[in-house]
Ligand binder design. Structure first.
Ligand SMILES: [Zn+2]
Length: 63
């Protein structure tokens, strides 16, 4: 499975750019990984993953 470029990874809850190696929280949804600045934001994502996954895709593709 192709990984997105590291600099494109964002925390979809707050929009912060994340380095996967330094991210304190990670989850998987719809076949990919999402990285978060905190467990709190991971929990927010997991409460409504479809919404935040869409935000992440939009942010990462610029569309
Ligand atoms: Zn965050």
């Amino acid at each position: 499975m192709p990984e997105p470029l590291r600099e494109q990874l964002i925390d979809p809850v707050c929009g912060m750019r994340m380095n996967p190696e330094e991210s304190p929280a990670v989850t998987s949804y719809d076949g990919r990984s999402y990285y978060f600045c905190s467990d709190e934001h991971k929990a927010i994502f997991e409460a409504d993953p479809e919404k935040y996954a869409a935000i992440a895709r939009k942010a990462e593709t610029g569309q």
